[in-house]
Design a protein around this ligand. Structure first.
Ligand SMILES: Nc1nc2c(ncn2[C@@H]2O[C@H](COP(=O)(O)OP(=O)(O)OP(=O)(O)O)[C@@H](O)[C@H]2O)c(=O)[nH]1
Ligand SMILES: [Mg+2]
Length: 293
């Protein structure tokens, strides 16, 4: 996440070259708006010809802190009905893994997990709404077993909307707090695949007009600026309430968190930092800024 570190190294001990700085900020995935704002802030200073990299970093931290929300609201259950969380995104970003991690997080956060594991049947229910790949259902099934939660599954190639619909009924029957729906990876540019998601949303809305209560877009931090266009398309097609940014343990710079918040107003809710269940954390803007150089 320490994407300003490389800037610090790159510019250490030399005067600021504005073009080079602009390019570096963009390459750190901070987005055009944020980059322009940081540079403008610096250039408005009286003695800008004397600025060094520490001034740049200070200005960047200030601008970023201004837009990132702090003290994120926790995801709480809704009294007497399931809270529905839909996870979506392009192929391979980490949706299924994040569904499992989020389930674990919610089990722990709400205290609804048996100490020996595997006993709790009320906290979380999973819906295997990725029917596009047969292996996807199995993959989520393995997580469900490990988490000790039930999973609603359908046939390979079944309508994902129908699975979510059934899963909601099951969640009500079993007094489940959180229904987590894992969906198939889809390219944000394919209208028919986006229409399928709209149907999932509409169908859930027949049970509860407010469902899905959270629509979390899962983006891979290593894909950089492309995540911004993914967010734009998913936002306009079905609406996104928050992001899960994965693979921040890889070459992900984390700047994408800033660009998406800045340009689309979508807050990052959780971050993934590895392949294990507990490589997952609530995103807090204050901590994010504190961890930058
Ligand atoms: N290093 C790292 N790997 C991750 C993280 N999240 C997921 N992965 C890995 O990324 C790969 C894809 O993860 P999945 O959860 O299957 O991704 P998906 O979005 O469900 O994929 P599709 O359903 O095919 O679209 C797997 O090998 C995961 O272990 C993360 O935060 N860090
Ligand atoms: Mg998947």
């Amino acid at each position: 996440m320490n994407f300003l570190q490389s800037l610090a190294e790159q510019f250490a001990g030399k005067p600021i070259d504005w073009d080079e700085l602009e390019e570096s900020l963009i390459r750190a995935d901070l987005g055009v708006l944020m980059t322009t704002r940081i540079i403008k802030t610096l250039q408005e200073r009286e003695a800008w010809s004397l600025l060094g990299i520490s001034d740049v970093i200070k200005a960047a931290r200030q601008e970023i802190a201004r837009i990132l929300p702090t003290n994120p609201a926790p995801i709480r259950p809704i009294p007497n009905k399931p809270k529905v969380i839909l996870l979506l995104g392009v192929n391979g970003t980490g949706k299924t893994t994040s569904t499992a991690k989020l389930a674990r997080y919610l089990q722990l956060a709400t205290g609804r997990v048996h100490p020996t594991g595997g006993q709790d049947r009320h906290g979380v229910l999973l819906a295997a709404a990725d029917t596009f790949r047969a292996a996807a259902i199995e993959q989520l099934g393995i997580w469900a077993k490990r988490l000790g939660v039930e999973m609603v599954r359908g046939q390979y190639n079944a309508d994902p909307a129908a699975i979510c619909y059934e899963a909601y009924q099951a969640a009500v029957r079993h007094k489940i707090d959180f229904l987590l729906c894992d969906t198939a990876g889809r390219q944000h540019t394919k209208a028919n695949l986006m229409a399928e998601l709209q149907k999932v949303k509409r169908t859930l809305g027949k049970h509860d007009p407010d469902a899905p209560h959270e629509t979390l877009l899962v983006v891979d931090a290593t894909t950089g600026g492309n995540a911004l266009s993914q967010a734009r398309e998913f936002q306009s097609a079905i609406g996104v309430t928050g992001l899960i940014v994965t693979k921040l343990d890889g070459s992900g710079k984390g700047g994408i968190v800033v660009a998406i918040q800045d340009e689309l107003g979508i807050p990052t809710r959780f971050v993934g930092t590895g392949e294990r269940l507990d490589d997952f954390a609530v995103f807090d803007g204050r901590e994010f800024v504190a961890n930058m150089v």
